[in-house]
Every structure is written in structure tokens, then in C-alpha cells.
Ligand binder design. Structure first.
Ligand SMILES: O=c1ccn([C@@H]2O[C@H](COP(=O)(O)O)[C@@H](O)[C@H]2O)c(=O)[nH]1
Length: 270
């Protein structure tokens, strides 16, 4: 998917919501456990109930890898279901990959070609040659960790090197990489006070913003400091939406939560 198509969806749906599909078998309604593939059954119901309220879904691959081959099959079924039934949705594999060049190429093939995701999250720690292989794929997007939502972000990301914080070096340096137009960045909603500085470095890039809901990030603050001319934000909520209920009404309750966020988002879209 191109960035232009993503922006058009945001304008059409008046939403920049990304729903996280972080499926934990201990948390889903017990009646689904009788299904042949409970993870896929859960995802399908959530997607069917919420697709009109969001522009993106983000399965975190950890929640699938944890169940071995069966989990990977559920991930594959989920991305196929999305691509076949809701091709307008921007899909994110939250896998946080990145390695030496030839290995990164294989990661990129796995997520962009085999699974056909629109984007994948990548860690910047190994530098240019670990990220550039992802950037060569046309109309695919590489979402690089910049300033993460967790407390540990302060261990390294905000430490100063030559008078500037590490996350600023990550943003600035990555702009010079080949095909950098295919980059987006992860910035945590819990770090709203940093968005002004971040926008000075990447005024137009899309930012994937996790941390609203269960982690306490605030949608209003993120919008105040993070919105760009093209909206430029994908705000993610996972547990706050998908586990709104663990009864028979789980999908309906998830849709209610998503609607509440979308109703706030529409006020920010011109
Ligand atoms: O900085 C980051 C990067 C990734 N995440 C991921 O986003 C979701 C958030 O889930 P919630 O349930 O809405 O808290 C999850 O998959 C994280 O691994 C993040 O939270 N922060």
C-alpha cells in the first residue's frame, strides 16, 4: 500500500486508529477455545466488528510465535483474511526485526512477500545495513523504533551523544538512508512531550504510536504535538480494545471501544 492510499483511508474513515491483535489464549472468551483455531476465530470476529472504525491492524508476532507452528498458522490465516476481505487496511507485523544485511533481506521476504504485510517493525540498533534491505521493497513500509513507550526507553534512547539524544540521532541519520521515504517510526504515546522535537526532525513521516489505553498514553496530547499535515499518526491500542469483554459480546464491546476512540479522532481530521 502506498502512503497516499493510507492517507486517503484516514480521510475516508475519519480515523487513524490501529487495533493491536495481541491474542492471549488466557484472555479470550472461553467458548472460542472449542474452535479449531481459537486465535483466528477471535481475530476474525474482532476484525469483522471493527474494520470500519480503524485503518490498520497490528498483530504482534510474539503472541503467535508463543504458540509455535499453530500460532504462526493463525497469523498467516489472519493476514490472508485481512488482505482478501479488507484490502484497504494497512497491516503491520510488529516483529521488531533487524540483523546483518543478508539476514534482514530474509526477514523482509518473510513479512513482505510470504505473509504480504504492508509493513514491519524494525529495531535500529544494528544500523544502516540492517535496515536498508527492508527499504528496497516497493510500497512496503519499515517502521523503525525511535522512542518506545516503555520505561526502559530512558536507559539508552534518551541518553545524549554529542549533545543530542540517541533517538534524535536515529531519526536524523535514517533520513539519509537509501529509500528512506519507506520509513515510518515508532514513538510511544506515553512520551507525548517529545513529539514537538520529533516533528522538527521528521515533520511529515508517519509515526506508529502504541501506548494508548492499557499503558496510559493520552490521545489528545499525542494529537496536539504529533499531528502532521497528512495526519501522520497511526495510534495503536491492543488490550484496551480487544479485551473489552470476555463474554459472548466481546466483538461488540471491542467495537464500542474502537468507536469511542474514532469519535475523538474525527475531530482532528480536516
Ligand atoms: O514502544 C512500543 C513498541 C511496541 N509496542 C507494542 O504495541 C502494543 C501495545 O499494546 P497495548 O495492549 O495497547 O499496551 C504491544 O504489541 C506492544 O508490544 C509498545 O507497546 N510500545
Amino acid at each position: 500500500m502506498t502512503t497516499k492510499e493510507l492517507v486517503a483511508q484516514i480521510q475516508k474513515k475519519k480515523s487513524f486508529l490501529c487495533i493491536g491483535l495481541d491474542v492471549d489464549l488466557d484472555k479470550i472468551p472461553s467458548h472460542l477455545l472449542k474452535e479449531e483455531d481459537p486465535i483466528f476465530a477471535f481475530n476474525k470476529a474482532i476484525i469483522d466488528a471493527t474494520h470500519h472504525l480503524c485503518v490498520s491492524y497490528k498483530p504482534n508476532t510474539a503472541f503467535y510465535e508463543a504458540y509455535g507452528l499453530k500460532g504462526w498458522k493463525s497469523l498467516e490465516k489472519t493476514i490472508h483474511y485481512l488482505n482478501e476481505n479488507y484490502p484497504e487496511i494497512f497491516t503491520i507485523a510488529d516483529a521488531k526485526r533487524g540483523d546483518i544485511g543478508n539476514t534482514s533481506t530474509m526477514y523482509a521476504k518473510a513479512f513482505f512477500e510470504d505473509l504480504a504485510f504492508d509493513s514491519v517493525t524494525v529495531a535500529p540498533y544494528m544500523g544502516k545495513d540492517s535496515v536498508e534491505p527492508f527499504l528496497t521493497f516497493k510500497d512496503k513500509h519499515t517502521i523503525m523504533l525511535a522512542l518506545t513507550s516503555n520505561e526502559g526507553a530512558f536507559d539508552f534512547q534518551t541518553k545524549k551523544i554529542d549533545d543530542n539524544e540517541l533517538y534524535k540521532h536515529v531519526l536524523e541519520t535514517s533520513k539519509s538512508w537509501k529509500n528512506s521515504e519507506n520509513l515510518m517510526y515508532v514513538v510511544g504515546a506515553t512520551k507525548a512531550e517529545y513529539f514537538t522535537e520529533i516533528r522538527k526532525i521528521v515533520p511529515n513521516s508517519f509515526l506508529l504510536v502504541p501506548g494508548v489505553g492499557a499503558q496510559g498514553g493520552n490521545l489528545q496530547d499525542v494529537c496536539k504535538y504529533g499531528l502532521s499535515e497528512n495526519v501522520g499518526l497511526l495510534i495503536n491500542s491492543s488490550r484496551g480494545i480487544i479485551y473489552a469483554s470476555n463474554g459472548n459480546d466481546f466483538a461488540e464491546k471491542a467495537a464500542k471501544k474502537a468507536l469511542k476512540i474514532q469519535q475523538q479522532m474525527k475531530n482532528y481530521i480536516k
